[in-house]
Write a protein that binds this ligand. Structure first.
Ligand code: ZN
Length: 373
């Protein structure tokens, strides 16, 4: 099965065949002995984590950066692409003395979520020796260089059967499945340690080729703004331990090609609008997002596209004021017509609507790539 794109940084030293300096020599040696080829990724990088609680209140470890891990071909499925990821802390004890067994994930077929496989794996590696392994801490990677892992094994939208409920939902909203799967790398997660990532659409957020976070979206529409909203599962579940919602603009990799940058609220608004649009994960912009946007668009034009009810909010008004001050005459807010959101409208209609409404405010919107006539 195809999983979400994840660029593992395979150590150069590994490829050169030199004796590896690894953080967990015991685990690494055992993996080599029992399973042959081992790839080392994020070599020498420390795990950055914090003890937290799950939604159900159980103690758990929130991992901000997984650090060094070892990849082998999963012995429990037909994997040939080194898709069983074993973190260097696998089998060691957490602060409560319990072994960290969730740190091995088969991204091919989720084999480690089957108890019998996990127990067999632990037995083969001699569990006790893992808990006693002397693990080097490793180097702390700065926030901008950190990368998250996908929530679990995922299948690309283009590989889901046409009758799958997630596909039916996206089609009902008139999204182009091929575009979502190949251009936006949207996938469907079929197993995860996070209950709210499992059986949901996974929207990966990349920056400079690194996976900075992901959002797991409920694959359907519920009345999230209605009176029973508290009883409903959340529309989005965001990757724990990552600050991507405040630091990234979803889709910023393609926005700089365009003369006008369109800021939208949610990721599906970007899918609808196209590659000149980027989502700020809400209705207000953070200082990080602002800096990013201005670095590219301060001499061009920009629009903040909003749902009707957001226009009145204090945060939105402040955000718009800030942009107008930084880009006088070149930035404005456009509110969508009542009872609509950009995700529910036709692409050509929204684009034309934005162009006209920006023009009325003296801002020239051009859907044209830089340097092209
Ligand atoms: Zn497997």
């Amino acid at each position: 099965m195809l999983a979400m794109r994840h660029k593992a940084r395979v150590s150069r030293r590994y490829r050169l065949g030199h004796k590896m300096q690894v953080l967990n020599r015991v685990l690494y040696s055992k993996l080599r002995r029992h399973f042959g080829g081992v790839r080392v990724s994020c070599a020498g990088e420390a795990m950055i984590c914090r003890a937290t609680r799950s939604l159900e209140g159980d103690p758990r470890l929130t991992v901000f950066h997984a650090g060094e891990y070892y990849q082998i071909c999963c012995p429990y499925c037909d994997d040939t692409r080194f898709r069983l990821y074993i973190n260097h802390r696998f089998g060691t004890k957490d602060v409560r003395g319990r072994p960290l067994t969730f740190l091995a994930i088969c991204y091919n077929e989720s084999c480690m979520s089957k108890r019998e496989n996990l127990y067999d794996f632990l037995e083969r590696l001699d569990e006790l020796s893992l808990t006693e392994a002397n693990v080097s801490r490793g180097k702390i990677v700065p926030e901008e260089a950190r990368e998250v892992l996908p929530p679990g094994p995922c299948v690309s939208l283009t590989d889901l059967p046409a009758k799958h409920p997630a596909i039916a939902y996206l089609r009902s909203r008139r999204f182009d499945i091929a575009e979502l799967g190949t251009k936006h790398l949207v996938s469907y997660c079929f197993d995860s340690r996070y209950t709210l990532a499992k059986n949901r659409l996974i929207i990966p957020v990349y920056e400079k080729g690194k996976l900075k976070g992901w959002q797991a979206r409920y694959p359907g529409e519920l009345d999230w703004k209605g009176p029973k909203k508290k009883e409903l599962p959340p529309k989005y579940f965001s990757c724990p331990g990552s600050h991507f919602r405040s630091r990234c603009i979803y889709g910023f990799e393609t926005m700089p090609e365009w003369e006008t940058g369109i800021l939208v609220e949610g990721p599906t608004d970007r899918w609808r609008f196209g590659s000149m649009a980027g989502s700020i994960f809400g209705n207000s912009v953070t200082a990080w997002q602002m800096r990013k946007f201005l670095a590219v668009f301060s001499k061009r034009t920009g629009v903040l596209l909003l749902d009707p009810e957001e226009m009145e909010s204090k945060k939105t008004i402040e955000t718009l004021d800030l942009f107008r001050k930084k880009m006088p005459g070149q930035f404005c807010g456009v509110v969508l017509p009542e009872d609509t959101d950009p995700g529910g409208l036709d692409r050509d209609f929204v684009k034309e609507y934005v162009r006209q409404h920006a023009s009325r405010q003296g801002v020239r919107v051009r859907y044209r790539k830089i340097g092209k006539e």
